[in-house]
Design a protein around this ligand. Structure first.
Ligand SMILES: [Zn+2]
Length: 188
């Protein structure tokens, strides 16, 4: 079990375009999936993309199932409720014109939350950890979580969807916090 360090915005690595994975079944990718899952559940979060731990590959993990438990006060990511999903080389083939708005947050932008509007439904093609190809439609919170995670593969974060004023405000707060974190690490 390896908990990896999650990069905190602003960070250039969160802005790079990730590379497709050639062999989803390789031992390296297997280890990466394990690390992503361990780090996500430890955080805890409902999704984590490889660029968030500094790995520029097109892969993300989600577990939107235990979200309900988390918000109802049940221990996050614990026990049998875990349902890990692995998304390799995901492609959004279609997006609905109808939008939906959810309050989003991100492990790379700690304690920042904002309402984001995105297509309410998407059609997705992806590979799983066994290299099998899938195609399916998603809606509701799952569609939100997937679009959020796959944005990370293209160097985007959720605040990019906000107005310039809101984005600058959050950017400033995080920049300030990051400077404080770095100075406290240095003095430790
Ligand atoms: Zn995120």
């Amino acid at each position: 079990m390896t908990i990896r360090k999650i990069l905190i915005y602003p960070d250039d690595q969160l802005r790079s375009i990730a590379t497709p994975i050639a062999d989803p079944t390789s031992a390296e990718i297997g280890a990466l999936i394990q690390d992503l899952a361990d780090t996500m559940y430890d955080a805890p979060g409902v999704g984590l993309a490889a660029p968030q731990i500094g790995i520029s590959l097109r892969i993300a993990v989600t577990d939107t199932h235990w979200r309900s438990g988390r918000y109802e006060g049940v221990g996050a990511g614990e026990g049998p409720d875990r349902r890990l999903n692995v998304w390799i080389n995901p492609e959004i083939l279609w997006r609905s014109d109808v939008l939906q708005t959810y309050e989003e947050g991100c492990l790379s932008l700690p304690e920042m939350f904002a309402d984001v509007s995105r297509p309410a439904a998407i059609r997705l093609r992806w590979l799983d950890e066994h290299g099998n190809k899938h195609e399916r439609d998603f809606e509701g919170f799952e569609a939100v979580a997937l679009q959020h995670e796959f944005d990370h593969l293209d160097g985007r974060v959720f605040i990019d969807h906000l107005s310039v004023i809101k984005r600058k405000m959050i950017h400033r707060k995080l920049l300030k916090r990051k400077k404080m974190m770095i100075s406290s690490e240095e003095s430790a």
